[in-house]
Ligand binder design. Sequence first.
Ligand code: GDP
Ligand code: MG
Length: 162
Amino acid sequence: FLPHLIASMEQVEETYVMVKPDGVQRGLVGEVISRFEKKGFKLTALKLFQCPKELAEEHYKDLKSKSFFPKLINYITSGPVVCMAWEGVGAVASARKLIGATNPLQAEPGTIRGDLAVQMGRNVVHGSDSPENGKREIGWTYKMTQDTSIVEVPCRLRTQRH
Ligand code: GDP
Ligand code: MG
């Protein structure tokens, strides 16, 4: 009764999850999606996307003063990312738990970063840190073509043929 009551107090919300370029390159897209599906969240949007520098800087603007900021922007724009919106009760906090600590060496086994990564600058996946940021981040990548100056370029990976 009590856990049910607590769960029903949680909000159905949407969170933004992004497989970063290292995760895409290493073939971990399916693994990441699978963990969110198995948890029970609903995939409401998904796309392969090459993040423009301007959007990367906006996305990580809170970290602008950090010494690693230029490296972070290079990393996140270095290749295609997979952008997703996941919906569910308490989705924002739960996604952060599934993802694990920012530093993969401190992330618990069983989390995505704890199981699949070792470097802070190659930590496979992003997840929104609040419902408000979830909305904003989903907005940037899914509704940005009309109301911002950022032009979206469709992303299609091509296999090189000789
Ligand atoms: P997150 O919400 O867990 O992704 O962590 P933050 O919002 O604090 O940082 C955003 C991203 O910046 C992290 O996921 C890392 O990829 C990167 N980052 C954060 N701190 C460091 C750091 O100290 N060094 C490096 N190289 N990257 C960092
Ligand atoms: Mg963050």
